[in-house]
Design a protein around this ligand. Structure first.
Ligand SMILES: Nc1ncnc2c1ncn2[C@@H]1O[C@H](COP(=O)(O)OP(=O)(O)OP(=O)(O)O)[C@@H](O)[C@H]1O
Length: 301
């Protein structure tokens, strides 16, 4: 769906994106992770041509984005940034309807779409559609920004630290909302963050950058595996890498009699460990039968 072929961007002598090749398949969430200044936003902005590569190219659905007319390209890509950028004198509904109006949708279709999107991002349409941006909290405004980005149903979403300015509780709510929306819509999402917890929560795959280069790419469990290199170790923290790794591994128990407190279906090894700690036990019951022991968790870490 999205493919970078040795994409390179220089500012002066510096290569801020350095020959990055990366492919994100349709329907996946790929999280670009790296320290500030590692080139994540610059790489992402090549997809919607806010940045033009000096060398290499970006392909979207098999087409070189440099060959697609700019407007058509951007209508097919939702873009969400940290400072939402809602138009302050427009209502929530009008903000969400920005692209449908540009595309000439009629009022009935547009209004229905706005309400459906507000529902999708967890804002009751009757309560929110007529509000003005200054009447929203930061989290609500960011939800409206997400709804606006999805208004014309673009298959691709680019999200550049969209939740970074929000406090932790609101942020967790939006992360969960994004996972649900992704499960319901199957969009291909490129998501920039430098928060490792957020990255692990959202990523189907991680792309780790440093100094403009792609250092590691793959499913979280593979990127955090025991042979992880120094950049990954540093980003996730030498002391906490093993703990994060447990969060990428499914809690699979040995068959047999179930014992101890019950883990929910789809839980990770990290959740199993947390449940053991909370209950002061060395055994938890795994959904579907069987038990998982502390020694198994330690073995996996
Ligand atoms: N228009 C520009 N002119 C000159 N240098 C730039 C420009 N845009 C970005 N840079 C530089 O390119 C490097 C990469 O920037 P970029 O924003 O892609 O990093 P990032 O990993 O997204 O960082 P952050 O997490 O802080 O947003 C930085 O050193 C930045 O200063």
């Amino acid at each position: 769906m999205i493919r970078f072929d040795t994409a390179t961007k220089r500012y002066g002598e510096r290569r801020v994106v350095d020959a990055v090749s990366l492919e994100v398949a349709r329907g996946r969430i790929c999280v670009l992770l790296g320290e500030s200044g590692s080139g994540k936003s610059t790489l992402m902005r090549m997809v919607n041509r806010l940045v033009l590569p000096d060398a290499g190219r970006v392909m979207l659905d098999g087409q070189d984005v440099s060959q697609v007319p700019e407007q058509a390209l951007r209508h097919g890509i939702g873009y969400v940034i940290q400072s939402v950028g809602l138009f302050p004198h427009w209502s929530v509904a009008r903000n969400v309807a920005t692209v449908p109006r540009l595309l000439g949708w009629d009022d009935t279709r547009t209004a229905a779409r706005v309400d459906a999107l507000l529902d999708l991002v967890g804002l009751a349409p009757t309560q929110y559609r007529d509000r003005m941006p200054h009447e929203l909290s930061g989290g609500q405004a960011q939800r409206v920004g997400l709804a606006r980005a999805m208004a014309a149903n673009p298959p691709v979403l680019l999200m550049d630290e969209p939740f970074s300015a929000l406090d932790p509780g609101i942020r967790r709510g939006l992360q969960a909302a994004l996972r649900t929306i992704h499960a319901e819509t199957g969009k291909t999402i490129l998501f920039v963050t430098h928060d490792v917890e957020e990255a692990l929560l959202l990523a189907d795959e991680l792309a780790v950058m440093q100094d403009g280069r792609l250092i590691a790419h793959g499913p979280p469990a593979r990127v955090l595996a025991h042979d992880a290199g120094p950049v990954v170790r540093h980003l996730f923290g030498e002391q906490s890498l093993a703990f994060h790794r447990l969060g990428t591994l499914p809690a699979v128990g040995a068959p047999g009699e179930a014992g101890g407190p019950a883990l929910p279906a789809g839980a990770t090894m990290k959740q199993a460990l947390m449940l053991m700690l909370e209950n002061g036990t060395d055994r938890v019951a795994v959904a579907g039968g069987g038990s998982l022991y502390l020694s198994d968790v330690l073995g996996a870490a």
